[in-house]
Design a protein around this ligand. Sequence first.
Ligand SMILES: [Zn+2]
Length: 301
Amino acid sequence: MPGLPTIPLPLAALPHGFQPGVQALTDASNTTAFDTGLDIRDIFLGIQRCVVCGSRMALHHAHIIPKVESDTWAELDEHEWLPENAKISVKHEQRNGLMLCATHHIAFDSHQFFIRFVPGPDGDMQRARFVFINYAEFIEFVHLHYKAIALDPQDRYSPIPSLFVIQEWRVRGRYPFRNTTPDCPDDIKWADWISSTGILRTDGGPGHFARPSPPRPTRRTPARTAQLPAPMASGSGGMSESSTSRPLPHINDAIADILAAQRKMPTWRACTLENTSWDGTADENIEKYVATVGLEHSGAR
Ligand SMILES: [Zn+2]
């Protein structure tokens, strides 16, 4: 199963990338790093797309926690809802961002829908998903309700799930009289555009999505055309085509699982390790690495 590489213990040497002087990609705390990070992460077969609907037009770099809310960011940090080395500035942390089309950016910022992180059963990160919830019951979003969107919980730069909890509370406050536990299908499916455009990896490599551009077709090879589905599916309320359903667990009942699961995500561990100083001795650095990552293997010091 893809994920954080296994590190043999006892640790004889620091893993690749953690030697003194080696810094991670997002260390430069500036807006360019934020924008570039999203451009690299939210790309599918070489094309940047809205992670909700797959549109490649009118793309925005959206913030989950608004970029003006440095106070909210500080509170999240104070309560350890952020990894230890998350960027100090709310607007520069790539894990607080996502690529959205103009429509979904406006809807997200005006609290019309939220994204729920659903941990995989028994901590299985391969089956964890970020799921769209059509809480405002917009007919335009019915086809996306309870569908997994194109964010990969296994990505080391994945959004931090607790940030979506804040967004969810705001959506619930925006619509105080909606059903607090909307019906959801029994199982989570990928959004239709994800399962129908060939962006899901089939080669067993790490992560769910094929990121690079496909090879250019030769003249003798017909170009593969990625067909996006019809934008709307019929239906009512927030339900899609599934025949059976269950209530979405209220966020207050789900939050403990979300906070526990996010600490096991590659994005959390990677963020924690970024900007950590590795200027000590080899033994000191090994101890720091083990303490920071929280390795649970038997034999860990
Ligand atoms: Zn969109």
